[in-house]
Design a protein around this ligand. Structure first.
Ligand code: SF4
Length: 362
């Protein structure tokens, strides 16, 4: 039966659910197909994104997140502009091709201008040769447009779950945490011209396998360009920790995450899929296994070590004390271990984005 599903061009909800439940021989077929699709459509190379977690200050209170506003146990930091520009330059000099600038969610004219100024500074110091992804939460359409014009190319805004009902159990019930606003922000990002990324958490309390299948079909329906998703990992200083007894064992969440990546690769052949750090928290080879399952983006953390341990959305986050030089060697070894190559000096734009914005090339 799995063989037939894997041949379908447009699998439905029951098909995708069956793939998520695949075991034994069926599971093997799923991963084999994902490997084939990856080799054919995006190749066996892995693009690097140097990750700069530039501030853990956040105005929101998501129930699952270790740096939520109400967690008074986490020391707050905000890197200086100089530290951020130095980290971006490190990525450029080490031929990463691109960076991700991530922060808690802050809004307002000062924050908009600050990010704009940083984008200007990065463009100047790297002569426009470094692609920049922003991951700074929900902003107004005008802010998105300003940041796009200032040189950001991609934007990552995870929905965490495409189920409205589950979303309401993961967030306070107020305007600041509105599911509809999240959806609108994703549309605004696309209108502004970005390569748009999203993602979900896998193995949340109250989440069903069908919810996950719907997540995958939803990503396809909104024609997303990039995805970063991984297992939900509980953090003891968060409200969602109360429900930890409802969770699947971590290994089961990891296995589901691998299947989600493999199925997404089959559903959306030319998008960029990140091997999330959360995978490595459960399995020491987690990110390599994600690449083997269909991911093609790796995000080495280049945040200065002095603050890295404070950006913990979940506990036991790996690589919080590794310096960027050690990190580079480690990344190369990890990627080579699954017969993929590091794509140095390449921007690694989403092939899906390039096709949808340049239809004449099809
Ligand atoms: S998930 Fe993002 S927006 Fe929500 S509390 Fe954490 S950093 Fe803030």
């Amino acid at each position: 039966m799995i063989d037939k599903i894997l041949e379908k061009n447009d699998p439905g909800l029951s098909d995708v659910t069956a793939l998520l439940n695949a075991e034994g021989r069926d599971r093997g077929l799923l991963f084999e197909k994902a490997r084939q699709v990856k080799a054919e459509h995006v190749g066996n190379k892995v693009y690097l994104r140097g990750l700069i977690e530039f501030s853990n200050i956040c105005a929101k209170d998501c129930f699952y997140c270790g740096i939520r506003r109400s967690n008074s146990r986490v020391p707050r930091y905000d890197l200086s502009d100089e530290e951020i520009l130095n980290a971006a330059y490190f990525a450029y000099k080490n031929r990463y091709g691109s960076i991700v600038m991530q922060s808690g969610e802050l809004t307002g004219p000062h924050f908009t201008e600050r990010v704009e100024g940083l984008l200007d500074g990065i463009r100047e110091s790297t002569e426009g040769n470094l692609r920049v992804t922003l991951s700074c939460g929900e902003q107004t359409p005008e802010t998105y447009e300003r940041w796009f014009r200032a040189g950001a190319d991609r934007y990552l805004l995870r929905i965490e779950t495409s189920s409205r009902e589950l979303y309401s159990r993961l967030h306070p019930n107020d305007e600041k945490h509105s599911f509809d606003k999240r959806l609108q922000a994703l549309r605004d990002l696309r209108s502004a011209g970005f390569q748009v990324g999203t993602g979900v958490m896998i193995g949340l309390p109250f989440q069903t396998t069908e919810d996950l299948a719907r997540d995958l079909l939803w990503m396809k329906s909104i024609d997303i360009d990039m995805v970063g998703m991984g297992p939900y990992l509980e953090h003891k200083d968060t409200p969602l920790y109360t429900y930890r007894d409802l969770l699947l064992p971590k290994q089961a969440r990891f296995e589901l995450s691998l299947k989600m990546i493999a199925i997404l690769r089959i559903l959306m052949k030319d998008i960029n899929i990140a091997a999330s750090t959360a995978m490595q928290t459960i399995d020491p080879q987690g990110r390599e296994r994600a690449i083997d399952a269909g991911a093609n983006v790796f995000m080495p953390n280049i945040t200065p070590c002095r603050v890295r341990e404070f950006y913990k959305l979940y506990e036991d986050k790996p690589c919080t004390d590794e310096n960027p030089d050690d990190c580079r060697r480690c990344v190369e070894q990890r990627i080579a271990s699954v017969s993929n190559d590091v794509a140095y000096d390449e921007w690694g734009d989403s092939g899906h984005y390039l096709k949808r914005t340049r239809p004449a090339d099809r």
